[in-house]
Design a protein around this ligand. Structure first.
Ligand code: 1GP
Length: 242
């Protein structure tokens, strides 16, 4: 089964652990993988907005030596490809107006991804203002959608679906001070029929549960699970409780 079909068909709320290959540290990553296994994390996302010391191969081989959790590349730019992953989010930054991130980089990397034969999941990526300028905003040179403008997020997500994208990812950016509001999540979810991914600034189980109750199908936790690898176990249990 493709990973996209799995994301669509899984009937529990899903969680992804985000690993930043730039922060590779074997003992920490080993701890994170152990917690991901215990938490029955659905996916491991691998990526970051700025990859300056790419240790993706090391991360992938360590993850694959310990578990079969699918690894999905969450690329910061077109150089971040890896044929040993299971899939790649083929991101189009639809909240921004930077042509390179809407279609330009894609033209360069599409033939390579096709040759690598890894699953490519076209995803409408939307940056939402989160209380601070995040690396993703700065590097992408785009304006995020204002935090309280749910109607802009809804219109953007609908346009993404009409363009044929397969998932929508609402992201406050790594280390967001303010996670995406439940109001925005529920408004977007009510207006699209695509899987909805939400991430950025999830630091506790209550925030995570609020997001899945509002309509997030898959939540992504990065920074907070670096500081406390066991948090992912707590969040996974909490959001999947009946
Ligand atoms: C960022 O959505 C991810 O792109 C995760 O963010 O590191 O803040 O959890 P955090």
């Amino acid at each position: 089964m493709s990973i996209l079909s799995k994301i669509k068909q899984t009937n529990h709320k899903q969680i992804a652990l985000l690993i930043d290959p730039d922060k590779y540290n074997k003992p920490l990553l080993t701890n994170q993988i152990d917690s991901a296994i215990e938490a029955k994390v659905d996916y491991i996302f691998l990526g970051g907005s700025l990859i300056s010391n790419d240790a993706s191969d090391l991360c992938i081989s360590l993850i694959k030596s310990k578990c079969t959790i699918p690894i999905i590349i969450f690329p910061g730019n077109g150089t971040h490809l890896n044929a040993n992953a299971d899939a790649i989010l083929f991101l189009s930054l639809i909240s921004g107006r930077n042509a390179d991130l809407l279609i330009g980089n894609h033209v360069h990397v599409a033939p390579m991804i096709k040759r690598q034969k890894i699953e490519s999941i076209s995803t409408g990526y939307m940056l939402i203002e989160s209380g601070t300028i995040t690396t993703a905003q700065y590097i992408s040179n785009t304006l995020p959608i204002p935090h309280n403008k749910s109607e802009v997020a809804v219109a953007t997500a609908i346009a993404g679906e009409m363009l044929g994208l397969k998932m929508i990812y609402l992201d406050g950016g790594s280390g967001a001070q303010q996670p995406i509001s439940e109001k925005m999540i529920s408004a977007v979810k009510a207006n699209i029929s695509l899987p909805l991914i939400v991430g950025g600034g999830i630091r506790n189980k209550e925030t995570a549960l609020g997001m899945v109750k509002a309509g997030a199908d898959l939540i992504v936790v990065g920074n907070a699970a670096e500081e406390n690898p066991k948090l992912i176990i707590e969040i996974a249990k909490y959001i999947r409780q009946p």
